[in-house]
Write a protein that binds this ligand. Sequence first.
Ligand code: GLU
Length: 447
Amino acid sequence: MTLDDEVLTLFDQIVHRNPAEIEFHQAVLEVLTAIRPALRRDRSLCDAGLLERLCEPERQTMFRVVWTDDRGKAQVNRGFRVGFSSALGPYKGGLRFHRNVTLGVVKFLAFEQIFKNALTGLGLGAGKGGSDFDPAGRSDGEIMRFCQAFMTELHRHIGPCTDIPAGDVGVGGRELGYLFGQYKRITNRFDAGVLTGKGLLIGGSHVRPEATGYGAIYFLESMLEARGEKIEGKRAVVSGSGNVAYYAMEKLQQLGATVVACSDSGGYLHDPAGIRLDLLHELKFVRRRRLSTYVESVAGAAFMPFEKPWDVPCDLVVPSATQNELDGVGAKSLVRNGVVAVVEGANMPCTPDAVQTFRDAGVPVAPGKAANAGGVATSAFEMQQNAARDQWQAVDVDRRLRGTMRTIHDTCLATADDHDLPGDYGAGANIAAFHTVAAAMNALGLI
Ligand code: GLU
């Protein structure tokens, strides 16, 4: 069998075994396609069922979460935790609370996490979890009761040396506080290293909230530098307005870019003068309002309901909302308008069509598994602080984050070059991460 046939046969088996998990199929196909140059060079990487093992989660947990809403009505949700790979360390990855969360979504995210975490070089395995619980419009009391009910089951499956969840879409400092509170109550242990993204008073790390967004922009900085360009003076579009998007915008502005658009699930905001982050912070994080309310305070801004921001002319685009949000049509529009770099702040926000469009146009794309690795890298720093019962200063965490992102960038670029794919960050990220995980799996024996 040729290598291509072998890979396709494996992919068919994965689709057959995991029916209807389309995001998972997409993520697996992307990796299997990207690592072919490495497999071609060293066919022994296919030995010992390595690829089959890599694509089969080590464990998958699904559980019922029952909680009571403010009207006293019983609500039933589904909880998930997938431990995909512990070859490099304990399972590590976030929890997502969103109504679209299914097993397929959790598996795609956990699979991506294998490669992302490997790129950090910080000894992290990979997992992901969450629930189809929809936090939108829920009171603080409802959020707390849901988190407590969720942790009542999850606590049996996690631990500082086993599996360390964190936040993701719909799960931030508030939710992690409630989750950690319940874990502590049930286990009778202040085991700070069991969750990351905690508040500063309960074992959290400085710069963890900012880390994913800042990290993505540090990656962008290196990308532009490699092409003799810089962020200063560029116009940027950032999709989303949550944790990743907000801090990406903040770092872009600090480095001299003008952020002209961002979005939420209701549409996008265009402010040609540059988005006012103080106002955005107040609306989204303090008052938990919709993005559309921004235009009530800023005369020159406009809100486009139900639309995505890809028609807004810009030099830099940082899709930071959710998977498959940027398709081929959006990519063509961005290319037409002269975009020079794409950085995935979210996990897999570009469809394969979009990636191909950018590639054909010679526009570099930083894949999420490399560009947004700053979040999980800083989680590893939080674990180190917890283990030492220490708290590092913000400047120290930021310096390490920046250094980590630079190293990941350089690794991706060098690996792509080494495989005669200059500037192909997707290939570089997948191949470099795959080599690391494969070597660890081989060292551990046939398990
Ligand atoms: N959910 C984030 C990610 O996609 C952070 C995971 C973590 O810090 O464990 O990488």
